[in-house]
Ligand binder design. Structure first.
Ligand code: PHE
Length: 330
């Protein structure tokens, strides 16, 4: 063991440390030089056998070598494998929001009526019981109140069960001619495959001189053919609403089975799509419009119903579960 030998061991160790590629290799190098039987360790142990005149310098050099090797080991960093990056790949695009299918149908319906000269009115979802029922000729004892499965807020307010109270608000505000549609949310205590406790309606109201049932038929026929195609079959069926007289329900030929009869149309070949009629003189009386001078028609249609038919969806609840897989299909 001489000075040169020590220097060589040190160089050799530093070189090996530099060349290691893994933690594992580094540990092996460490034990080769600094372990119990490591070269440096053995050298230090051998100092006592040396000629006393050499011990000091040799000891110093060995300790220096040990210090440098330890330092090199602790400072050793392994270069991480560089991640593969292909700059020719197209970027990952952010996903864009889309309109909800109900919003799309709503917009479509509203824009068709706007083309016909209707303007948009809105009313509150928390509505006066009086406007939702009494003003529409549905007195407290009227069986129609039960049919509506109402959410009452207190003895004055409720969640509106239809958009018809907007008719009252509009007619109380302004005098004829009136030509409005009122889109919005309505609420009923009902939930199954074809009922949702919250759903959407669009109300229509037109009041002027000499408005007749044929005007109503003309407007609704135009609307339904624009909505469902010009071959869509349409039928007006006599019906009853307390706030219209005469009243009618309008059906379209089932677009799922082309009128042959299926589960959706309950084998009738027809699907009810809206309620309509001539404004009842009792309603005009409530809002102070002279029913000798003016006549009018009103209609109300369910947006979910139309969306289900147009998109072929059999469960209304799908619209409100906010399942991304469902919503991105439209
Ligand atoms: N409001 C009625 C309903 O919800 C629909 C309707 C509106 C009927 C206007 C006639 C006139 O069932």
């Amino acid at each position: 063991m001489n000075m040169e030998w020590i220097k060589n061991i040190e160089d050799e160790a530093l070189k090996e440390i530099e060349n290691t590629k893994t933690e594992q290799e580094l540990l092996l190098v460490k034990s080769k030089y600094l372990g119990d039987k490591g070269k440096i360790t053995l050298g230090i142990k051998g100092i006592k056998d040396l000629d006393p005149s050499l011990r000091r310098d040799v000891g110093y050099l060995l300790n220096e070598a040990k210090r440098k090797i330890k330092k090199a080991i602790s400072e050793k960093k392994f270069v991480e494998e560089e991640e593969f990056f292909d700059e020719t790949l197209p970027p990952i695009m952010p996903s864009f929001g889309k309109l909800h299918p109900i919003t799309k149908i709503m917009n479509e319906v509203v824009s068709l009526f706007v083309q016909l000269g209707f303007s948009i009115s809105e009313g509150p979802e928390i509505e006066l019981i009086e406007y939702n029922f009494d003003a529409l000729n549905i007195p407290p004892s009227h069986p129609a109140r039960d049919m509506h499965d109402t959410f009452y807020v207190d003895d004055k307010w409720l969640l509106r069960t239809h958009t018809s109270p907007v008719q009252i608000r509009v007619m109380k505000e302004k005098k004829p001619p009136i030509r409005i549609i009122a889109p919005g949310r309505v609420y009923r205590r009902d939930s199954d495959i074809s009922h949702s406790p919250m759903f959407h309606q669009v109300e229509g109201l037109l009041v002027d001189h000499n408005i007749s049932f044929s005007n109503l038929k003309g407007i609704l026929s135009f609307f339904l053919q624009e909505m469902f195609g010009h071959d869509a079959e349409i039928r007006f069926r006599p019906s009853y609403f307390p706030f219209t007289e005469p009243s009618s329900e309008v059906d379209i030929g089932c677009i799922l089975c082309s009128g042959k009869g299926c589960r959706t149309c309950k084998n009738t070949g027809w699907l009810e799509i809206l309620g309509a009629g001539m404004v009842d003189p009792e309603v005009f009386k409530y809002v102070g419009i002279d029913s000798e001078k003016y006549t009018g028609f009103a209609f109300g249609l369910g947006i979910e119903r139309i969306a289900m038919l147009k998109y072929g969806i059999s469960d209304i609840r799908l619209f409100f579960e906010n399942d991304w897989r469902f919503l991105t299909q439209f």
